[in-house]
Design a protein around this ligand. Structure first.
Ligand code: MF3
Ligand code: CO
Ligand code: CO
Length: 265
């Protein structure tokens, strides 16, 4: 089947736009990573993300997104996601997820990593390892035109084998000119996921949130964002933006200095 010239050009512009956005987002993560140490506040991390992004002429996507007040999310310990940077001082033993999303020439890059502050408990380390392994198992499980549910199947297998649970209520998502768009990427297998195919040209995030205890969370009633585990136990997450190509998944947010596939924490 022949694709029209206009359609081919649009597909190429999308690929190039998303690649540039993912590359810049990863570069921002590489810049911030060494600063995430005990003693820094989550608000200081946010300022670094904000200034680095603006200094390079780009836009932090979270700022003012549905009234989110900061330029990134910092989710500490029992926070599953959407933690708002503020006065909290990171301390030895904490785990913290930093989620950075930037807009580069209209295209979004979205990724997150969980960091261990100095010596953490063995259980915390296992949880961080598990969430990282779940992300890469999911990437390894997908191929052109596979089912979106292949992601959830891979994630659940690894998480449950390690005795952890998978968050259902927050999901990966299509990413492009919009921050959040179709398709929905559940990290557990669902009927919708079995119907949804991941076609070449589609771009989306994979961002499994793995919990030490129950999979459920509650949104903070005051700030309207912070999601905490219902049992107060730990949660960890890693996220990449992925482009499905004819040859398989291409990770758009790979960092130079961050943990690479197979990393042992
Ligand atoms: N970056 C998050 C994600 O992975 C979304 C954060 S929404 C915000 O989808 F408004 F809190 F920034
Ligand atoms: Co995302
Ligand atoms: Co994100």
């Amino acid at each position: 089947m022949l694709m029209s010239k206009r359609r081919r050009q649009a597909e190429k512009a999308k690929r190039q736009g998303l690649r540039a956005a993912g590359r810049f987002n990863a570069q921002a993560m590489d810049f911030i990573r060494p600063h995430i140490q005990p003693g820094i506040t989550t608000g200081e991390i946010d300022r670094l993300v904000h200034e680095y992004t603006l200094d390079h002429g780009h836009t932090p996507a979270p700022l003012n997104y549905q009234n989110f007040p900061k330029s990134c999310c910092t989710s500490v310990n029992e926070v599953i996601c959407h933690g708002i940077p503020g006065n909290y001082v990171l301390k030895e033993g904490d785990i913290v997820n930093l989620d950075i999303t930037t807009i580069v020439n209209g295209w979004h890059g979205d990724q997150s990593e969980t960091f261990m502050m100095g010596e953490v408990s063995e259980e915390a380390r296992r949880l961080v390892q598990c969430s990282f392994d779940c992300l890469y198992a999911a990437i390894d499980a997908i191929r052109p035109s596979c089912r979106a549910s292949d992601i959830g199947t891979a994630v659940v297998r690894i998480a449950h084998a390690m005795g952890f649970s998978v968050v259902k209520d927050y999901v990966g998502h299509g990413v492009g000119k919009k921050f959040h768009q179709e398709p929905t990427i559940s990290h557990i297998p669902t009927p919708e996921g079995r119907r949804q195919r991941l076609r070449p040209g589609m771009s989306f995030t994979i961002e499994p949130m793995i919990n030490e205890g129950v999979p459920d969370g509650d949104q903070d009633k005051e700030d309207g964002w912070t999601v905490r585990t219902q049992d107060g136990k730990l949660s960890a997450q890693f996220e990449h933006t992925v482009l499905m190509t004819q040859d398989g998944p291409e990770i758009l947010t790979l960092t130079k200095d961050g943990p690479q596939k197979g990393h042992k924490f």
